[in-house]
Design a protein around this ligand. Structure first.
Ligand SMILES: CC(C)(COP(=O)(O)OP(=O)(O)OC[C@H]1O[C@@H](n2cnc3c(N)ncnc32)[C@H](O)[C@@H]1OP(=O)(O)O)[C@@H](O)C(=O)NCCC(=O)NCCS
Length: 196
């Protein structure tokens, strides 16, 4: 009897309040060495309750006033990761972040597709002209996946990229809105909000 193979269905949607707990647990349950490999200074991480309190307060704010906006990464109805944007300048640009929580899912092309879907979502919702992503230069996966998802390398420089980071060399990548049209076609609009 033939066995049908099925491509996993991938989608993105804005975070609901219940999504923040699993995200905080993803960071707090990761080994310190893994976090360091992403450029995170573990001493700067908050405890679970305090971190969640900050996140849920930010969640209530209008887009223009938010520190971060989060998208859930959904694979076959399961929450498997997230992307986020900060340094949000409506109509102009924001900084993009990416995390596939399940290590055994990485390296199979899932991240590239979810980055494409996320980028299309952010550009459509916030009217960005571009997205910027500045991964730690010594973290291979994001540096490989971003060009696969259409971002172009701009430069390498030394900075403290987020409030959780140590000083590090980052590679700056940018995705122009004009280069994101193909991805928009594959965004699942049925799960997109009707208003901002
Ligand atoms: C970054 C991330 C979202 C990418 O998702 P993914 O599903 O692994 O992405 P893809 O499989 O589409 O592509 C990953 C690419 O990185 C490569 N890669 C992954 N780990 C690597 C490693 N340790 N060394 C070299 N290349 C590596 C893969 O081979 C693949 O490239 P290829 O297709 O040219 O072979 C995911 O790996 C992740 O969440 N990593 C941990 C969190 C993280 O580091 N986030 C970035 C913080 S700035």
């Amino acid at each position: 009897m033939p066995v049908a193979s099925r491509k996993p269905s991938l989608a993105v949607r804005p975070f609901e309040e219940s999504d923040y707990g699993p995200m905080v647990d993803y960071f707090l349950d990761s080994e310190p060495l893994v976090l360091t490999g992403m450029g995170i200074d573990t001493r700067k991480m908050l405890g679970r309750e305090e971190w969640l309190r900050h996140l849920l307060m930010d969640h209530q704010k209008p887009d223009a006033q938010r520190d971060r906006f989060y998208l859930a990464w959904i694979r076959d109805d399961d929450l498997v990761g997230h992307s986020s944007i900060n340094q949000i300048e409506l109509g102009k640009e924001a900084h993009f972040h990416l995390h596939l929580w399940k290590a055994d899912m990485r390296g199979a092309g899932v991240g590239a597709e979810l980055v494409r879907l996320s980028a299309a979502f952010y550009i459509e919702r916030f009217g960005f002209k571009r997205l910027v992503c500045e991964p730690y230069a010594n973290n291979p996966a994001p540096n490989r996946v971003l060009p696969k998802a259409g971002f172009r390398f701009v430069k390498r420089y030394r900075t403290v990229p987020t409030t959780l980071s140590f000083e590090q060399d980052v590679n700056r990548f940018e995705l122009d809105a004009d280069d994101c049209t193909g991805s928009t076609l594959s965004v699942d609009h049925s799960i997109m909000p009707t208003s901002s």
